[in-house]
Design a protein around this ligand. Structure first.
Ligand code: ADP
Ligand code: MG
Length: 729
């Protein structure tokens, strides 16, 4: 009997690349064609309505009902020309992906007639039947229902036959039930704090926007092989599989050309992305076989994040058309690199200045230095929050596994800038500064651009690295919603900038010169944040020891990393800035613990099923083949000579029994531990029990299964092997 694996492999043999129709138009001609962006609104709205919506987009001002009606009509008419028949409020529940509920434009009006109707209230507010989305008890506590509300700052778009309207998802009592709402609040906080600080340097700055450029890593796997792996289907990662003889040692994939089938897939999803205004520009192979990356031009954080979520969705849909499946899991395969999603982050002003880009004169350099140093201080003070913002069951496999940044948060800025900060720390004197000292300082600061020009050092091992004109947060997981990390980063920087401004203002009021007050405060910050700066190898064991000496946290698992959400300081910080209330924080903490626990629970179940229903039967089948063989040999040669002649087979028979027994015993133990964990009431304790007592057995179960894989006759093995998943294309 052919295994499902054999059938799948045969199918893959006949795969061909599916070329897209040749594009007749340039990208610039169709970019954003399927979005209802601001220019389209200008065409279809009255001047006054256009002004109102523009202000809503830029400053978050409200849109009244009559204007909403006008926009809704324009949006509907436009969407119908694009072939849309339905509309949906598109939102980001705390499960991680996106959700939508489709409603038809079409409304029967009696007497066999119908119209297409879509009005302001349908645009602005909707009530999804969302009782099954996680809400961490908020809904129960308040007996609240949730509703979605339009986010005018992110353009609506048409996919297929549906008009999708980006929205936030909130309880009737006001609590956020999604990722977008707190992100918007955090962005508002950082943008207004940054604008206030900019007043020291340039009065023309009236608005600041935080920017995000993500880089999305992923694996492509043939869909037939994927379908033959229940673990990949249900958990996104291979729970079993012996490491292939060849992994990524040769790095030939990284430098090689993109295989044709994959190229065709990429061309199509890039085309679809461009229609939706997602500015995807780069694509390349990654380190592991069948691993790839794509990245867009950076955008305002909220838009960039919506675009990332949309892209992950698109990739999934289009991959299926090409007989691929996209794996966004952080660590789908043991033995080769996992996937991350670098978050490049900065802030830009309405005057076109990147606040993390050193300028041309001492004044703009002091501005750069201000934002640069304040960001470092924010990371220093809130490293645990940043760590928690990227914690997930799947990212736990990657952080600290010598392929991704460690779970220790640190900041890399390069030798030149480190020296610059050290010099500053030394040269600013406590009392009144002499004119000579000030001139010298300014000269020093003036040198930053040249310093950076020669600054070629890059540190791939740092979780948070300065890369010339932006910071790159590298520890974000490939499957994550960036909103989580971005909410925390922008909140902590906002808080730091507000504190900074307060301190400097006090000194200025006391009569100190502005520049001097700024420099002195920067000096204080440089001193106070020193221990978070690390220029060495973040993958090395020495760093773990050194970090411990410095008192930096190194929390390796998610349930414990999440503890920071319930700290008093965290609640105060998020409340003070109006990002999340203590109740919302607690709800989120619970949901994340619950998500973690459920993920491990599912993995444990699949692991048990596969061990008992796939791996054990295949192993015993092969053992029976061997037993019959030994019996036959003994029948011919007699007991003594037969045993001697069949000694290899006999050893295999024993070895198979040993591994089958050990695997099965361990699975049974794991099931016992699951039962114990399941009755623990406290969600944190339960998550920790899953982490310490259930997940901790995975490796050993896998060890025996993987041993069996290399013993059992290839034809009988039921699950596609890692080399097949990684190298067929
Ligand atoms: P690399 O790091 O590979 O040298 P780049 O410097 O071009 O590449 O940038 C990598 C990513 O950083 C891209 O996704 C880009 O959009 C993003 N990026 C560049 N500038 C900014 C910025 N000011 N704010 C946010 N992201 C940025
Ligand atoms: Mg990068």
């Amino acid at each position: 009997m052919a295994t499902i694996r054999r059938t799948a492999l045969k199918e893959v043999l006949h795969r061909k690349a599916q070329p897209m129709n040749e594009l007749k138009r340039r990208v610039s001609e169709f970019f954003g064609e399927n979005t209802f962006h601001i220019d389209k609104m200008r065409e279809c709205l009255t001047d006054s309505a256009y002004k109102i919506v523009k202000s809503a987009i830029q400053f978050g001002t409200p849109v009244d009902r009559s204007v909403a009606d006008q926009i809704a009509t324009a949006m509907k008419d436009w969407a119908i020309t694009k072939g849309a028949t339905h509309y949906t409020h598109w939102f980001q529940p705390l499960t991680g992906s996106t959700a939508e509920k489709h409603d038809s434009f079409f409304k029967p009006i009696g007497a066999g007639r119908a119209i297409e109707r879509f009005e302001g209230d349908m645009l602005v507010q909707q009530e999804p039947d969302a009782s099954s989305f996680p809400n961490g008890g908020i809904r129960n506590t308040f007996e609240a229902r949730g509703y979605t509300a339009w986010d005018p700052s992110s353009p609506a778009f048409v996919i297929g036959k549906t008009l999708c309207i980006p929205t936030v998802f909130i309880a009737y009592t006001g609590e956020a039930l999604d990722y977008k709402m707190p992100l918007l609040k955090a962005l508002y906080a950082v943008e207004s704090a940054a604008k206030d600080v900019c007043e020291y340097f340039d009065k023309d700055v009236t608005s600041v926007k935080a920017t995000l450029g993500w880089e999305q890593e992923y694996f492509l796997v043939d869909s037939a092989l994927f379908d033959a792996r229940p673990d990949l289907m249900m958990t996104g990662r291979a729970l079993f599989g012996h490491e292939p003889a060849k992994g990524q040692q040769l790095e030939d994939h990284y430098f090689g050309s993109i295989p044709e089938r994959a190229t065709e897939f990429m061309r199509e999803f890039e085309y679809e992305s461009h229609l939706l205004g997602i500015p995807v520009t780069t694509r390349h192979n990654e380190v592991a076989p069948n691993q790839f990356e794509c990245a867009p031009m950076f955008e305002e954080v909220n838009i960039a994040n919506d675009h990332n979520l949309l892209l992950m969705d698109l990739m999934d849909k289009i991959a299926r058309k090409h007989n691929f499946r996209v794996l966004l899991h952080e660590k789908p395969f043991a033995g080769v690199n996992g996937s991350g999603k670098h978050n490049n982050w900065s802030m830009g002003t309405n005057t076109g200045v990147n606040l993390l880009q050193p300028g041309k004169n001492p004044k703009t350099n002091l501005q750069f230095l201000t934002f640069f140093v304040n960001t470092i201080k924010a990371i220093h003070d809130n490293a645990d929050l940043l760590r928690a913002s990227i914690a997930s069951a799947s990212n736990d496999h990657r952080l600290g596994a010598n392929e991704a940044p460690p779970a220790i948060i640190s900041v890399f800025i390069g030798t030149q800038l480190s020296k610059m900060l050290d010099d500053l720390e030394e040269s600013i004197s406590a009392g009144k500064m002499t004119p000579e000292a000030k001139t010298e300082l300014k000269l020093n600061i003036g040198k930053i651009p040249q310093i950076l020009l020669d600054n070629t050092d890059r540190n791939r091992t740092s979780p948070f690295a300065f890369t010339g004109n932006k910071f790159e947060f590298r520890a974000v997981g490939s499957s994550a919603n960036c909103a989580h990390a971005m909410t925390v980063l922008n909140t902590i920087v906002a808080n730091q900038l507000i504190e900074f401004k307060k301190k400097v203002d006090v000194q200025i009021e006391k009569g100190e010169k502005k520049d001097e007050a700024i420099l002195k405060e920067l000096q204080t910050l440089i001193k106070a944040s020193k221990k978070i700066r690390f220029e060495g190898n973040g993958y090395g064991d020495e760093w773990v020891k050194e970090a411990e000496k410095r008192g930096l946290s190194n929390v390796k698992d998610t349930p414990r990393a999440l503890d920071v959400w319930s700290r008093k300081e965290t609640k105060e910080l998020f409340k003070k800035l109006g990002i999340l209330t203590p109740i919302e924080l607690e709800a989120r903490h619970d949901i994340e613990l619950e998500n973690y626990m459920l993920k491990i629970q599912i993995e444990a179940r699949i692991m048990g099923d596969l061990a008992k229903n796939h791996i054990m039967p295949a192993s015993l089948e092969y053992q029976n083949v061997l037993i019959r063989n030994v019996q036959g040999i003994i029948a011919i040669l007699g007991e003594e000579e037969g045993r001697q002649a069949a000694r290899t087979q006999i050893n295999f028979i024993k070895s198979i029994s040993k591994h089958v027994n050990a695997m099965n015993d361990k699975v049974n133990l794991m099931i016992e531990e699951r039962k114990k964990a399941n009755v623990i009431k406290d969600v944190r304790e339960r998550a920790i029990a899953y982490c310490d007592n259930v997940k901790s057995m995975f490796d050993e179960i896998r060890y025996h299964a993987d041993k069996l894989e290399i013993m059992v006759e290839d034809d009988l093995w039921p699950l596609p092997k890692l080399r097949e998943l990684l190298f067929t294309r």
